[in-house]
Design a protein around this ligand. Structure first.
Ligand SMILES: Nc1nc2c(ncn2[C@@H]2O[C@H](COP(=O)(O)OP(=O)(O)O)[C@@H](O)[C@H]2O)c(=O)[nH]1
Ligand SMILES: [Mg+2]
Length: 249
């Protein structure tokens, strides 16, 4: 069982991308399972095989304990920890060779809390991967690009898993913005020369960039389907470790 977790800031398009990629895989004839781990999702653009909301619902917790929206998500994710074992069993029963796992909208309530990392650890099998989903509209500015790279790095440190950086909503980017982003990733000096920061902060970024901290983005669009084939290829590559073997169909 290969588990692929979609992590990213609220509204970056995690749920839409999980939907688009699972549909794409279906169309290609690949067997794929989908898990929703967002206890606060009001609407999902896909039908999950396994849904955390069947076990804990942020909406119910909100009413029952009179909590605000963020506190209820935190409580729900904490409660989900006790369900982890059963969710894993359910995944084994469904028996898909690969699972796309959607996570809560607000990344910080999940990624930067102990229970979120624990859930991911619990649901990971021998092979697992994180797709960090960034929003192309945000990434097109220098500051947006830089902070996205740092957030993606935080996610990598947090989950200690191989990670792909998917820049979603590429359909909204003009050609020029795409070129800028590619240049910044390939040659961070072009970015560091023009970023408006005190020298000290710039040097911190330079060190991170020189150590390979600015990873190559993969442009995708959950809306038009652009780049889904490349995303799947990258996911597959991590599974096989660069070998020629195929994921089980
Ligand atoms: N133009 C465009 N909009 C997108 C794309 N992916 C998602 N969206 C929109 O972005 C919004 C947030 O998407 P959602 O999947 O709910 O984000 P999540 O919070 O990360 O799960 C929705 O209105 C989506 O329709 C995309 O590739 N292109
Ligand atoms: Mg979502």
């Amino acid at each position: 069982m290969y588990t692929v977790f979609f992590i990213g800031t609220a509204g970056s398009g995690k749920s839409t991308l999980v939907s688009a990629l699972s549909t794409w895989m279906d169309d290609q004839g690949y067997d794929v399972g989908v898990v929703n781990l967002d206890p606060a999702a009001e609407y999902l653009p896909y039908v999950p095989d396994i849904d955390i909301r069947d076990r804990v619902s942020a909406r119910k917790i909100m009413k029952q304990y009179k909590l605000g929206p963020n506190a209820s998500i935190i409580a729900a994710v904490d409660m989900a920890v006790t369900e982890a074992e059963r969710i894993k069993e359910e995944m084994e029963v469904v028996g898909a060779p690969i699972y796309l796992i959607d996570t809560p909208g607000q990344m910080e309530l999940f990624a930067f809390r102990q229970s979120g990392a624990y859930l991911i650890q619990k649901l990971s099998d021998v092979h697992s991967l994180v797709v960090y989903v960034a929003d192309a509209v945000y990434v097109q500015s220098i500051d947006g690009f830089t902070t996205t790279m740092l957030l993606a790095l935080s996610s990598r440190i947090r989950f200690k898993k191989p990670q792909i950086l998917a820049v979603n909503k590429a359909d909204l980017l003009p050609e020029e913005a795409l070129t800028n982003i590619i240049n910044w990733a390939e040659d961070p000096d072009t970015l560091l020369d023009s970023i408006d920061l005190p020298t000290y902060d710039k040097e911190i970024l330079r060190s991170i960039a020189n150590m390979g901290g600015f990873v190559e983005p993969l442009f995708v669009s959950a809306k038009t389907g652009e780049g889904l084939d490349k995303l799947y290829y990258q996911i597959q590559l991590h599974y096989t470790g660069g070998e020629d073997a195929q994921l089980p169909p």
